[in-house]
Design a protein around this ligand. Structure first.
Ligand SMILES: [Zn+2]
Length: 673
């Protein structure tokens, strides 16, 4: 467990714009930041980040929360993982308490892998400036046209020839052999008494960063041209570990992501050097899938930043066919795919070293081809006049088009391909339709399986009062549906919390002729609401709201007397999912009140509060009476044979109706008799 005071420190240090900014490119707008929402697809930004409130909120899909909430939602971290991530980001030491030995081991394990990777990356960088490193590794980077600045920025390094250099240095520094092996930096060996030896030696090193900038793996390239004769691999890569999943990482993404978002385009290349040379030239929205053919997870990473992918490949046959793989997946994600073939004999690395920035840019602009057109042309050339080949080709293209989720795009492609093949586009449509139907059936089947297994596996987590792990999902219709037990009272109870969370400490300056005027005491919104609740001994009907109310009031009236912002921030960072959700939704000015808002017609916030808060409490009272009336009606229906009960229920009913009339009169909804 992380001690409460450390949690406080972490939350105080966390800057929402910095935290979100590591994953989403934010543009300043006034005091806030905006971006296209990372949680839903959109073209115009409705995702707001408010540094003063410490929260984000999307006015498109309703997702909202604090720094912690963002990490949980976006990075799928647990509450504790998010805190640890923030502690690391803001250099706050976590001194744990009450941890079981298993917990300590698990935590240290994950964190240790990062720490060991970080140590190794520094080790390789330092090794580059040793005599050996300079004469071989550094000389190689220079020969590839890389500047000192690039070498430094991307953390390029040298793994010494000795097979024990890293192992020895890490052991000396106190790192456990276990973690060295687990990260794939070292290997257990049967020789020399079963010790540990380096996996990376006599190679130049390219560190691989996660989307959030931590070193998670390494790629090592040998500089021997006769590596095949020597029986060694050209590349050695880190093996997969808790922190590194190959199919979920992209080389260069940490350095490229902001530019990808800004340019709304991602260039995809093959190798480390392709990325580095293009970045050095000034085209920094470039990443590499590093050897593996593109995976769905890699596409999802790119999709966080843009919908436009341009694949750059060597113009040779192998390059072209490599480009073909994985494209169906990109199309399926609704992304637009283009292709640029680098002229024969060059790759993106060599091409960008031979040309200036503007030459490369204009080359790309002139040679970027739509993927489907490209594939059609290519296959047409291959097929020649062979009728069978042509028929297969037409089906192949139709199946590719069927992957595109957008109907308009599909039809444009089908028309243009029909013209190219000189066939009726209806024939293409027929094939596209049948492929799509087949896909839908397949997906339905796999989805029903997935839903079933997730509902089974998530069941135990729901057993405690506060569902742990995942944040509450905002549902498009009414996100509060999930937490409200009483729908009659829900809306006005929300309104009360809204006023507490946005204006709780603001004074209510009643006019001297107001029934609420009190010359002896300054009344705040919180005072007023609390007073009214206590006077009538009221509680919220919805337990989640009562909980937020209690937390707010406890803090507000505590000796420490924290500021409004502090109280709200604490609620936003609560370990309780519901508290976080409610406070993030209701601490924003833009929340849609159910009370008629007079804000626009009144000049000051104070005069608005003076009118709205008492009215809001009356509204709430009216709903409480409605709720009681419902109860009475229900009882009357249940006990319709019990005459005595009917009589007393009737009396109750009439009293409530009378009460309601009074309240409505006060609200101006009905005239007082
Ligand atoms: Zn959204």
């Amino acid at each position: 467990m992380i001690p409460q005071e450390t949690v406080g420190k972490i939350l105080d240090a966390s800057q929402i714009a910095e935290v979100v900014g590591d994953f989403v490119t934010l543009k300043r707008r006034g005091g806030d930041f905006v971006a296209c929402c990372p949680f839903h697809n959109e073209k115009t930004p409705s995702f707001h980040v408010s540094p003063t409130r410490g929260i984000y909120k999307c006015f498109g899909c309703g997702k909202a929360g604090s720094s912690v909430g963002f990490l949980m939602e976006h990075e799928h971290m647990t509450y504790t993982e998010a805190l640890r991530y923030l502690a690391n980001k803001y250099h706050i030491e976590i001194v744990e308490k009450d941890e079981t030995p298993e917990e300590i081991a698990a935590r240290q394990r994950g964190e240790s892998l990062y720490i060991v990777s970080d140590f190794a990356s520094k080790f390789f960088v330092n090794a580059l400036s040793t005599t050996e490193g300079r004469s071989i590794g550094y000389a190689y980077f220079k020969s590839r046209g890389l500047t000192d600045e690039t070498i430094q920025k991307y953390g390029l390094g040298w793994a010494p020839k000795s097979k024990h250099a890293l192992t020895d240095a890490a052991t000396m520094a106190g790192y456990k052999a276990e973690y060295l092996v687990e990260t794939g930096l070292c290997a257990q060996t049967q020789y020399e008494g079963g010790g540990v030896m380096d996996r990376f030696y006599d190679r130049v090193i390219f560190p691989i960063h996660s989307v959030s900038g931590r070193v998670i793996a390494f790629g090592g390239r040998t500089l021997y041209s006769d590596y095949k004769e020597k029986g060694i691999g050209k590349y050695v890569n880190s093996k997969e570990s808790e922190i590194y999943v190959k199919s979920r990482s992209l080389y260069g993404i940490w350095f490229a992501k902001n530019e990808i978002a800004k340019k709304d385009k991602c260039y995809l290349v093959e190798g480390y050097l392709d990325v580095l040379s293009m970045h050095q030239l000034g085209i920094t929205n470039v990443v590499a899938s590093s050897g593996t053919s593109l995976t769905e997870d890699q596409i999802k990473i790119i999709k966080r930043f843009t919908n436009n992918v341009t694949i750059m490949y060597d113009g040779d046959a192998a390059g072209i066919h490599a480009a073909m793989r994985g494209i169906g997946m990109i199309l399926k994600e609704g992304m637009d795919v283009k292709i640029v073939l680098i002229p024969d004999g060059d790759d993106p690395d060599s091409y960008s070293r031979k040309h200036t920035l503007s030459e490369v840019e204009s080359f790309i602009a002139a040679n970027e081809q739509d993927f489907i057109q490209f594939k059609t042309d290519l296959l047409l050339k291959d097929a020649g006049d062979d009728p069978l080949k042509r028929a297969n080709l037409i089906n192949d293209i139709a199946d590719t088009i069927a992957e595109i989720p957008d109907a308009v795009k599909r039809s444009v492609y089908a028309d243009s391909c029909g013209r190219k093949f000189n066939i009726d586009s209806q024939i293409l449509f027929a094939r596209i339709k049948s492929t799509m139907e087949k896909t839908i059936v397949d997906e339905k089947l796999s989805r029903s399986r997935a839903t079933y297994s997730s509902s089974v596996s998530s069941a135990p987590a729901q057993s405690t009062g506060t569902p742990s792990g995942r944040p509450l999902q905002a549902v498009a219709t009414d996100p509060f549906d999930l937490i409200e037990e009483n729908k009659v009272l829900g809306p006005t109870e929300r309104d009360i919390l809204y006023f507490l969370l946005t204006h709780g400490s603001d004074p209510m300056e009643f006019e001297t002729d107001s029934e609420f005027y009190n010359p002896d005491e300054q009344t705040s919104v919180a005072d007023f609401i609390c007073g009214s609740f206590e006077e009538d001994n009221l509680r919220f009907y919805n337990s989640a709201y009562q909980n937020v109310y209690d937390l707010y009031m406890d803090a507000y009236y505590s000796e420490e007397a924290p500021s409004q912002d502090t109280i709200v921030r604490r609620l936003l960072n609560s370990p309780d999912d519901k508290v976080r959700f409610i406070s993030s939704q209701l601490s924003m000015e833009k929340y849609q009140l159910t009370v008629q808002s007079f804000k626009d017609s009144l000049t000051t916030t104070s005069s608005w509060l003076v009118v709205s808060v008492p009215r809001l409490l009356l509204n709430n009272l009216e709903r409480r009476i409605d709720n009681q009336l419902n109860e009475v009606k229900k009882s009357m229906a249940e006990k319709k044979d019990d005459m005595a009960a009917q009589m007393s229920l009737m009396e109750e009913f009439m009293a409530l109706t009378e009460n309601k009339k009074l309240v409505r009169a006060k609200l101006g909804k009905e005239r007082e008799d």
